[in-house]
Design a protein. Structure first.
Length: 479
């Protein structure tokens, strides 16, 4: 009598691989020399005022950072970033479970190992981002959706929809999956849910996301407006849309780095083959890449904007790399080398340079130093209020100066607020006395007079930029 295969046989090996990689990343984070990036400190600031939405993103990342820093009793960069490797570890195990259910054999171990070593995940494990917070819930939604297609169940539909809703509370890119599910239903008969299943999933999604929907309605659709700003051509296609072929080539080429050169080539090969067993998963992956390619062509797109594509991408590539083992081992070797390099680069951020002596990690350096210089100037002049035009500077001032006793503001916006700081921290119209006004000298209003000093760093994020520090009446920054 044949023994029943153990469905959890893959679990120990996958868990060991993920635990080793994640443990290494967490240990190396302790030596990370980089400053928190502008987005990271903004998410931290949001977490100081828990809400159901914020200026440019849904709220989940702020909730996660606040929970972690409360547990740790510290707002240090290590604790702000610690959820990143942990969330990626959870995502790897969920994708392992999904792959095992789809393909059996060694698929679970393969999927977990591939995901945890992807280049985009190696970078994403040392920075806290909305993609990272979205991924466990998006991968869970994908797993339950395909389980429901295989074994129809209202409960599975509800679980898939609810998890997709939580994913959208991290980043609206989760909504891609609704489009993908629709495309799969059109082109793959086996991927067609019943109306009841689709309705249950959609209802669960909307219920979970509803607090953020209500917040947006109450706040002038702030987050939606910012999302449209990212795709600025949508507001006025006639004047803003163009054909940016260089941007398209740059974005598409970057995907060979994001997902790895062998794996992304494999995805394109599977598209050409278009075999029935791969179509559903490909339709949860490549349409996302195609949509962001369109955005890159018409305007611009960052390399990570199609990151949601590579959850299903990891699942669909597993049978291919298991059939052609050299692709699996070559990818793991290449990606593991990069996974080793990233934490070393962060640990040696002050030393590793690229062309013309520029620091490789320049955009993550010099932010705290600049904030301390600005606060030092305010203290020297006996000023308690600092008004800053530049979003990057102001973001770090809120974080670095959290215990300084100083007050930070953006100049009052003229029209719709351009960022979170103009929306939530504009200089009050009734402010009196004098302030330290920080602005680029070529944009300083006449009322600012001569600067107390000019800050022009030679290294780091602000290399090549100069900022004037002006002691002005509180009425000046509004001019």
């Amino acid at each position: 009598m044949n023994a029943t295969p153990n469905p959890f046989r893959w679990l120990p090996a996958a868990a060991l691989i993920v635990a080793v990689v994640t443990g290494f990343r967490i240990v190396m984070m302790g030596w990370n020399q980089t400053d928190l990036f502008v987005d990271e400190v903004q998410y931290w600031l949001w977490g100081q005022d828990i809400d159901f939405g914020y200026y440019s993103k849904p709220p989940l990342i702020a909730w996660v950072i606040r929970a972690m820093t409360e547990i740790a009793g510290s707002d240090a960069p290590f604790w702000v970033r610690l959820p990143a490797p942990l969330f990626h570890a959870v995502t790897a195990m969920i994708l392992g479970a999904a792959a095992q259910a789809l393909w059996a054999g060694r698929a679970g171990v393969c999927a977990a190992a591939l995901y945890i070593t992807l280049p985009i995940i190696s970078v994403g494990s040392f920075l806290i981002s909305t993609d990272t917070i979205m991924f466990p819930f998006l991968s869970g939604a994908l797993m339950f959706w395909f389980a429901m297609l295989k074994r129809p169940s209202g409960k599975l539909a509800l679980a898939a929809g609810a998890l997709l809703g939580v994913a959208a509370l991290a980043k609206y890119a989760a909504v891609y999956y609704i489009l993908c599910a629709g495309l799969a239903a059109v082109f793959v008969p086996a991927a067609r849910p019943t109306l009841r299943q689709a309705g249950l999933a959609l209802a669960a999604f909307l219920v979970v996301l509803s607090p953020n929907i209500i917040w947006n309605i109450a706040n002038g659709l702030s987050t939606v407006q910012h999302t449209l700003d990212n795709a600025d051509w949508v507001r006025d296609p006639a004047t803003r849309a163009g054909l940016n072929f260089a941007g398209l080539a740059e974005f598409f080429g970057a995907q060979f780095i994001v997902f790895g050169p062998i794996l992304f080539t494999g995805l394109l090969w599977l598209l050409i083959r278009w075999s029935p067993q791969n179509r559903s998963l490909l339709l949860f992956s490549l349409p996302i890449v195609a949509l962001v390619c369109l955005q890159a062509l018409l305007s611009n797109a960052y390399a990570n904007w199609a990151a949601a594509a590579y959850l299903a991408g990891t699942l669909v590539i597993v049978p291919l790399v298991l059939r052609h083992r050299w692709t699996l081992w070559a990818s793991l070797a290449l990606h593991s080398a990069f996974a080793l390099f990233v934490p070393i680069a962060a640990m040696k951020a002050q030393d590793i340079t690229v062309g013309e002596g520029r620091l490789l990690m320049a955009r993550y350096l010099g932010r705290v130093q600049m904030s301390e210089a600005i606060m030092g100037a305010a203290r020297d002049e006996g000023l308690k209020t600092i008004v800053v035009k530049n979003r990057d500077l102001l973001a770090d001032l809120f974080y670095t100066g959290r215990d300084s006793g100083l007050t930070f503001h953006a100049p009052p916006p003229k029209g719709r607020a351009a960022n979170h700081y103009e929306l939530s921290f504009p200089l009050p119209s009734d402010a009196t006395g004098e302030v330290l006004f920080v602005i680029r000298p070529d944009f300083a209003p006449t009322c600012a007079g001569a600067p107390l000093r000019i800050l022009a760093p030679e290294e780091g994020a602000y290399r090549g930029q100069s900022f004037g520090l002006y002691q002005t009446p509180a009425s000046c920054p509004a001019q």
